[in-house]
Write a protein that binds this ligand. Structure first.
Ligand code: WTA
Length: 658
C-alpha cells in the first residue's frame, strides 16, 4: 500500500456517512427534501413531473392505467417521438450548435457532433432504413461497438418507429443469432471491426457466422466501415456499405413518426434463470420520461454539462444513461470506444481532463481496477471539472467507494450508488445527491415515488439489519412492460413470488438480496437467482452451463460465481467428463472455447475444475452454494449432510492448488 493510500485509509476508514458537499448542493437540480412526500402524496400523478421533461405531440389522458396489472400502462393516450425529444426540439430551441456527442476512438481520433449535425445524420440513416424496407414496428438489430453510428442508428430507428435490439458487440455469433431469432428481426446494422488495445478486431466474420444461425430470412445487413484499410470488407449481396447508402440519402428530411406512449422503443435481451435470454420490452413514453427524470434528479445533468458514462451502449446502462436520458436533456455525452488502460492506465482521466467532464458514471469493477493501478494515474490529470460521480451495476465496497471519493472526486463530489436493472429501465434506489447523506456501501433510499422494500420469504418487511429480498410494490414509468412475445414468462419471472393474484395486488421481484438500516438505506447484497455479475456484466449461469454440457466429452456441469477482487464475481465451471474422455488440458480448452462461442469473452471461465462427482444433497440437488464457497475460498462449514461429502475436499483442494 502506498503512503497516500495508508493515510486515506486512516482518515476515511472510520467515517461511515458523508454530507453532500456544499458546493454541489448550491447548484443541484433537486434540493428540497419535500420531494419524497410530494411523490408519495400525489402518487401516481407526481410522475407528471417526469413526463413534463418531454415534448409531447399529443397530451396523455391517464398517468397510470392499472386495469390489467401487472401489464401497466403509463401516460396512456399520449403521443411523442423519442428521436424528436433527443434531437429536433433542442435544435428548434436554438441549441443546434451545442455538442451532442463527443466521441473518442481507441487510437485517439475524435469526432464531435453538434445536435444539428446529429439530427442530420439520424435523418439520413432513417431515410436509408426506410428505403431498405424497414417499416414501423419492425425490429432492427444493432450489433455494434462504441462508435457514433450506434446511437445514430438507435435514434434513426426511434425516428421511424422501428424498435431496436442492440446486441453487445462482445457477444458471440451464437448470441447474435439467438437474439435475432427471438425477435424475428430481419434487419441488421453491424460493422467490419473495431479496435481493442490497438489491435483491429474482425467483427464482420463473427457477424456472418451469426447470420448462419438465423432461422428466418434476413433482408438487409448494413456494415459500417470502422477499420478502413485495417479491415477486410467483402460484402455479400444483401450487405451494404453504410457510407454508400447514407451518401445516397444525404440531406433527407424524415418526419419523426408519432408513437403512442406505450409503443415499444426497444428490446434489450438480458440473462435470467433459464438458459434463454429474455427480451425486455421498453416503451416510448414511460421509459423516456423515466430516464430523463433520473438523469435530471440523480445525475444532476443540465444541458450545459459534459457528461460521461463509461458503460457500453450494448448494455442497458448505455441505453438509458449514454443515449436516451442525457440526450433528452440536451447535454453533451462523451463516448469512448476502447479500454481504460490503453495506451496507459490514465486514459480515462486524460479524457475527463481534455473534455472537462462534469459528471462521471462508471462501474465498481472499474473503480477496483483503478485502485489496484494506483492513484498516480488520476493524479497526473486535472480532474477539477468533475462535480458528481456515480456507480452502477454491482455492489461497491466501502474501500473502493472511499478511494473514488478521494482520488477522483477530491472529496468535493457526491457519489450516487445507483441500484437498478435492465428491467427497471432506470435508477430505483440511490441517494439524491443534493439532499441525502451518503453511506459508502449502501445504495441509499428508494427514489421518490419508488416503493422498494426489503422483505422476508413471506413478504413481511424485515427489521433493520436483517437480510431479506428487494421488492417493489408500486409500478413506475420506466418499468419493462413484458418479455417480448412471452407474457407468461413475464409474470412467472417477476410477479409470481410476492403478488396476491386473487386480490389483484402485484409486487415486482427483482431477484436481489438486501439489508435495510434504521434510516431506510438499502444495501444490496447481490442476486438470489442463478444470475452472476462479472465485472458489472449480467450473466446467466444456466446459459454458461448449457454451453459447457454442449461440449463433446462433458457429461455434467455446474457453473457458479466465485468472489473476485476486481471483477466482483468470476465464472467457475465444475465439470464431469464423459466415460472415455480424459479430463485434460485439451478438454479444458474445449470447455473454454464452448463458452466463448456461445456467449463471448465476458463469460470466459476463471477456472474449469474437473471432478468425478458434484456435491449433491441427499435428494440429488447440486449444492451450488457450496460450490460458490469453494470458488470464493470461504469456510465450508459442515458438509456431512451431503450424499457425497468426500467429493468436496477433492474439489476444494483442486481449486486452492490452482
Ligand atoms: C446488480 C444494470 C448493487 C443487481 C443497471 C441487479 C447492483 C443487476 C447495483 C442488474 C448497485 C445493479 N448495487 N448491485 N448499485 N446496480 N446491480 O440488468 O444485482 O445488467 O439485479 O442492469 O445488477 O443488472 P443489469
Amino acid at each position: 500500500m502506498s503512503q497516500d493510500d495508508a493515510s486515506l485509509e486512516a482518515r476515511l476508514e472510520e467515517q461511515e456517512a458523508f454530507e453532500p458537499p456544499e458546493s454541489f448542493v448550491e447548484q443541484a437540480n433537486i434540493t428540497d427534501p419535500g420531494i419524497y412526500d410530494e411523490f408519495e402524496e400525489n402518487w401516481p400523478a407526481s410522475w407528471e413531473r417526469a413526463a413534463d421533461l418531454l415534448s409531447w405531440e399529443e397530451a396523455y389522458d391517464t398517468v397510470l392505467e392499472d386495469g390489467d396489472a401487472p401489464f401497466y400502462e403509463w401516460f396512456t393516450g399520449g403521443k411523442l417521438n423519442a428521436s424528436y425529444n433527443c434531437l429536433d426540439r433542442h435544435v428548434e430551441d436554438g441549441a443546434g450548435d451545442s455538442t451532442a456527442i463527443e466521441w473518442e476512438g481507441e487510437l485517439g481520433e475524435t469526432r464531435t457532433y453538434s445536435y444539428a449535425e446529429l439530427l442530420d445524420e439520424v435523418e439520413d440513416f432513417a431515410a436509408t432504413l426506410r428505403d431498405l424496407g424497414v417499416e414501423e414496428d419492425d425490429v432492427v438489430t444493432l450489433y455494434m461497438p462504441m462508435i457514433p453510428e450506434l446511437p445514430i442508428a438507435m435514434l434513426a430507428c426511434a425516428r421511424i418507429g422501428a424498435p431496436h435490439s442492440v446486441v453487445f458487440a462482445g457477444f458471440s455469433a451464437d448470441a447474435l443469432a439467438t437474439r435475432m431469432n427471438s425477435a424475428e428481426s430481419e434487419y441488421l446494422v453491424t460493422c467490419d471491426g473495431y479496435y481493442r488495445r490497438g489491435d483491429a478486431l474482425d467483427h464482420l466474420s463473427k457477424t456472418n457466422e451469426g447470420l448462419e444461425g438465423v432461422d428466418h430470412g434476413v433482408s438487409d445487413v448494413v456494415v459500417v466501415d470502422r477499420l478502413g484499410d485495417d479491415g477486410e470488407h467483402d460484402l455479400t449481396d444483401n450487405q451494404h456499405d453504410y457510407d454508400d447508402l447514407v451518401a445516397d440519402h444525404e440531406g433527407s428530411s424524415v418526419e419523426p413518426v408519432s408513437r403512442d406512449a406505450e409503443d415499444m422503443l426497444f428490446l434489450m435481451y438480458t440473462s435470467g434463470t433459464t438458459g434463454q435470454p429474455k427480451g425486455v420490452k421498453h416503451t416510448t413514453g414511460g421509459y423516456l420520461a423515466y430516464t430523463a427524470w433520473t438523469s435530471h434528479a440523480v445525475l444532476d445533468i443540465e444541458a450545459e454539462d459534459t457528461y460521461w458514462c463509461s458503460a457500453d451502449i450494448g448494455w442497458i446502462t448505455g441505453h438509458s444513461y449514454i443515449v436516451y436520458g442525457p440526450m433528452a436533456l440536451g447535454t453533451t455525452t462523451v463516448m469512448y470506444e476502447g479500454t481504460p488502460d490503453y495506451p496507459d492506465k490514465d486514459r480515462l482521466w486524460e479524457i475527463v481532463e481534455k473534455n472537462e467532464v462534469d459528471i462521471f458514471y462508471t462501474a465498481p469493477t472499474a473503480i477496483r481496477a483503478f485502485m489496484k493501478w494506483g492513484s498516480e494515474y488520476p493524479d497526473k490529470h486535472d480532474l477539477s471539472s468533475l462535480r458528481l460521480l456515480g456507480t452502477v451495476g454491482e455492489p461497491i465496497n466501502p474501500r473502493a467507494w472511499k478511494w473514488y471519493y478521494k482520488h477522483i472526486g477530491d472529496e468535493e463530489c457526491p457519489i450516487v450508488d445507483t441500484w437498478w436493472q435492465t428491467e427497471t429501465g432506470g435508477m430505483m434506489i440511490t441517494t439524491l445527491p443534493g439532499i441525502n447523506i451518503m453511506k459508502p456501501g449502501s445504495a441509499g433510499p428508494p427514489l421518490p415515488g419508488i416503493d422498494a422494500r426489503v422483505v422476508d420469504a413471506q413478504g413481511e418487511e424485515v427489521d433493520a439489519g436483517q437480510a431479506g429480498y428487494v421488492t417493489v410494490d408500486n409500478p413506475w414509468p420506466g418499468m419493462l412492460r413484458t418479455l417480448y412475445n412471452n407474457d407468461e414468462r413475464f409474470i412467472d419471472e417477476y410477479w409470481q413470488e410476492y403478488s396476491d393474484e386473487e386480490a389483484d395486488e402485484w409486487v415486482y421481484f427483482p431477484e436481489d438480496g438486501a439489508k435495510i438500516d434504521d434510516d431506510g438505506y438499502i444495501t444490496i447484497l447481490g442476486r438470489v437467482d442463478d444470475v452472476i455479475n462479472v465485472s458489472g456484466h449480467r450473466l446467466g449461469t444456466m446459459e454458461i452451463e448449457s454451453a459447457v454440457v454442449g461440449v463433446e466429452g462433458i457429461a455434467e456441469a455446474a457453473v457458479v460465481g466465485g468472489e473476485h477482487e476486481v471483477k466482483g464475481e468470476a465464472v467457475y465451471v465444475y465439470a464431469i467428463s464423459e466415460d472415455g474422455y480424459e479430463p485434460n488440458d485439451d478438454l479444458e480448452e474445449r470447455v473454454i472455447d464452448g463458452v466463448l462461442d456461445s456467449i463471448g469473452p465476458i463469460a470466459k471461465p476463471e477456472e474449469v475444475i474437473f471432478t468425478p462427482e458434484l456435491p449433491k444433497t441427499r435428494s440429488g440437488k447440486i449444492m451450488r452454494r457450496l460450490l460458490e464457497d469453494i470458488a470464493s475460498g470461504n469456510d465450508l462449514g459442515n458438509t456431512s449432510t451431503l450424499r457425497n461429502p468426500d467429493v468436496v475436499d477433492d474439489i476444494a483442494e483442486q481449486v486452492s492448488s490452482d
